[in-house]
Write a protein that binds this ligand. Structure first.
Ligand SMILES: Nc1ncnc2c1ncn2[C@@H]1O[C@H](COP(=O)(O)OP(=O)(O)OP(=O)(O)O)[C@@H](O)[C@H]1O
Ligand SMILES: [Mg+2]
Length: 246
């Protein structure tokens, strides 16, 4: 089952050479368990920061973040690794290890840990789930960009996460391949009941999610469900109207 998410009054500031930048500004947001949320907004609006804080890769200055039963903002540094292990991450750059085979890349996150399952068997099952049976022994350099992103998704799922955080997962892919990746995420959500947060600039990607949250200057400016049961072009038309004009 996926984790419900709740951010309440979250502020994140970064110190820079020119002073402080407020990346998230008193932001509140909730997602239901199993929901697929698109996080949109212009460059610099705080999308990646939001994902990093939810994934406990960085800490908020103010506010609280709850993921399932866990109060992420209250975790001690000793508790962080166990929490992160329950979250899957997918990034724009696939970050595959070039010297490892596809199968070893997928198993890599859990190799240091004792698990109740066979790591390589699960890696092969996940590769089958993302349509990469037969590529287990390939090196990342020997497969396409879309295939590499599917390996990255399989790797993110190896710990059976209740939450998948995807930061521009289709940003480096052509739109057809990108649409295939989103379709895959949606199918995996159906099969596994994960909650998914996907930061994206791509309206086609966003139109396939359950809900779109739009950020600007670290605040939520729009939060709307994606209309269901309409032709894809109509959905695109409706959600693009949500976007602030030029
Ligand atoms: N490590 C950092 N140090 C200093 N400032 C940062 C850091 N990370 C992000 N920022 C700043 O915080 C703000 C939000 O950045 P963030 O990366 O979350 O935006 P984004 O919406 O993901 O943008 P993009 O669409 O370009 O990926 C920006 O002003 C950015 O410059
Ligand atoms: Mg970003």
């Amino acid at each position: 089952m996926g984790y419900a998410i709740e951010l309440s009054g979250v502020t994140k500031r970064y110190a820079t050479g020119e002073g402080q930048v407020t990346a998230l500004d008193d932001l509140s947001l909730a997602a239901e368990a199993g929901e697929v949320l698109a996080v949109m907004g212009p460059s610099g609006s705080g999308k990646s920061t939001l994902l990093h804080l939810v994934g406990a890769m960085d800490r908020a200055d103010e506010g609280t973040i709850r993921v399932g039963e866990t109060e992420v903002s209250a975790l001690s540094s000793r508790e962080l690794p166990a929490y992160r292990q329950r979250i899957g991450f997918v990034f724009q750059r696939f970050h595959l290890l070039p010297a490892l085979t596809v199968e070893d890349n997928v198993a890599a996150p859990v190799l240091p840990y004792r698990t109740g399952y066979d790591k390589h068997e699960r890696a092969r099952e996940l590769l089958a789930a993302v349509g990469l049976t037969g590529k287990e022994r390939s090196l990342p350099s020997g497969i396409s960009g879309g295939e590499q992103q599917r390996v990255a998704i399989a790797r993110a799922l190896i710990g059976a996460p209740g939450l998948l955080l995807a930061d521009e997962p289709t940003g480096n892919l052509d739109s057809a391949t990108g649409a295939g990746i989103v379709q895959l995420l949606l199918e995996l959500r159906e099969a596994r009941g994960m909650t998914v947060l996907v930061a994206t600039h791509d309206l086609v990607v966003a139109s396939r999610c359950d809900r779109i949250v739009r950020l600007r200057d670290g605040r939520v400016t729009d939060d709307a469900p994606v209309p269901k049961g309409r032709a894809p072009e109509r959905v695109l038309e409706e959600i693009s109207r949500l976007q602030p004009g030029p």
